[in-house]
Design a protein around this ligand. Sequence first.
Ligand SMILES: [Zn+2]
Length: 375
Amino acid sequence: MTNETLELLRDLLKRPSVTPDDAGCQAAIAARLSATGFQVESLRFADVDNLWAVHGSGAPLICLAGHTDVVPTGREDLWTSPPFEPTERDGILYARGASDMKASDAAMAIALERVAREGHAGTIALLLTSDEEGSGIHGTRAVLDALVSRGVVINAAIVGEPTSEHVFGDVLKNGRRGSMTGQIRISGIQGHTAYPQLADNAVHKAAPALAELCAISWGLGDANFPPTTLQVSNFTAGTGANNVIPGECMVQFNIRFGASQTPEWIQSKVEEVFTSHGIVDPIAWSVSAYPFVTEAGPLVNSLQSAVLSETGVQPRCSTSGGTSDARFFAAHGIPVAEFGPLNASIHAIDEHVDIACLEPLTRVYERVLRLLTKA
Ligand SMILES: [Zn+2]
């Protein structure tokens, strides 16, 4: 039997679709789907290609979603084989995007074709973007805004991000943590290192406050979310000269948080720390993702049972890891869950996917589409 998913995956992996360039991936999938009777629509916003394809009519509308863009390769000479020449070694397929997330893109497209051919109730759909690894402004978010404004109602969505951790099928995501960033410019007084009495060293001011910031106890998390974490992501100070006391320093920190803690509460905890060290410079805050969770219900139950049936592994629900486009579905109140292959090599040199998981992955998506569109 030919492995349709593998063939399509190889074709996608040859296309160097580094964000926001789709490099023809969506056109290749669109051609296949329209040949199977899907209505296919390209939605280009700014420099981002997006694809919306539907088959059938009426409710329920079940949407599979993914991204065709990939992160840059890094140093190509460190790759065992060229990153945009998919290469098989010992049953593993190596290429940039193999696991994040062209394997799922291919599997979702083939699953949709099979279910469309066989017939189904309601509507099945595919949403692809080429701006998931970038800012995301002109990708899934913009497509959903456009669809909602024309009255399209999506009843459930499955995003194909690589969620498996140790063995294929062990983890699905039923939510994601929020992400917020704070940045503060701590001011002191610049001077000569030989005359510290005439200056106010901004780094010396920052250090004890940062030590306390990194040691804040955020609690234990809850049933749906791991504990909140804070990491300093950028710290700059100094002129480069060894005899100048820095008059200011910039600190940036990123916080990942669950649904039981609000951004406002987190901000006040952080502000308290700086204030207690006499630092009153303003903190610039931005929240790039709000946490969400899809509670147990038809979507999560169907996905869990589909994964168990096709992989033999009982997946556990997790909300860990980074953000994903699932948050844009959640923002519209659409139940959303994520499932895909192992994530160990994503964004890394020699990114890869196990060829043996491609057919079961395709069948997971097929099965969940059937379960959710049952009349
Ligand atoms: Zn991804």
